[in-house]
Design a protein around this ligand. Structure first.
Ligand code: SF4
Ligand code: SF4
Length: 191
């Protein structure tokens, strides 16, 4: 049959030499590779008794931030939900009533804000899209659960505590590059 290309190679089945036929050198060489692994640092750890140190910018469980006065920063604009490729975020907006200025920073706020952690792929797009610096991913891990409903995190889990000691530090995520980006006039939506 006429070949369509000239890429095919003729394979020659060459006779094995005596050295190859006794197999022992190949077996010894394989065993030496196996033994050499005994003395290497083990890559596995005894989880959950042992845990690895995570990077400060590891993308784990989200936090909804409060401002310096303790008011919720989220204004329920929905940009995070639109940006989310996994459609994991839902919210219901509500209007702030007189007297609630200390609770919510803007006139509109999220009465309901939910993230489905089973859908989330921890990409960080919600954090990037937020114009109010209200949502950040953190180095906290999402707990394992035994039913699907428990993975839908509402404001009771997501909003950080009002007390200073319960605030979630996200300063490591605000790198010099990120802050420089936010100062750029073209992207000046965070001022
Ligand atoms: S981290 Fe990504 S997938 Fe998860 S909620 Fe945010 S945008 Fe959606
Ligand atoms: S977290 Fe940010 S982007 Fe999402 S609704 Fe609130 S203010 Fe808008």
């Amino acid at each position: 049959m006429q070949p369509l290309t000239n890429r095919s190679k003729v394979v020659v089945k060459k006779e094995m030499s005596l050295y190859e036929r006794i197999y022992l050198p190949a077996v010894i060489s394989g065993m030496m590779i196996t033994f050499s692994h005994f003395f290497r640092k083990k890559p596995t750890i005894q989880y959950p008794e042992q845990t690895r140190a995570f990077s400060g910018v590891y993308r784990g469980q989200h936090v909804l931030k409060r401002d310096d006065n303790g008011a919720e920063r989220c204004t329920a604009c929905g940009l995070c939900a639109v940006a989310c490729p996994a459609e994991a975020i839902t919210m219901t907006a509500a209007e702030r009533k007189p007297g609630e200025e200390k609770l919510y920073r803007e006139e509109k706020y999220a009465a309901v804000y939910e993230i489905n952690m089973l859908r989330c792929i921890f990409c960080g797009d919600c954090e990037d899209a937020c114009p109010k610096e209200a949502i950040f991913l953190t180095d906290r891990k999402v707990n394992s659960e035994v039913n699907r409903k428990s993975f839908i995190y509402g404001k009771n889990v997501l909003v950080e505590g009002i007390e200073k000691e319960k605030r979630v530090d996200v300063s490591l995520r605000q790198t010099a590059a990120v802050l420089a980006f936010k100062k750029h006039k073209e992207f000046d939506h965070n001022s």
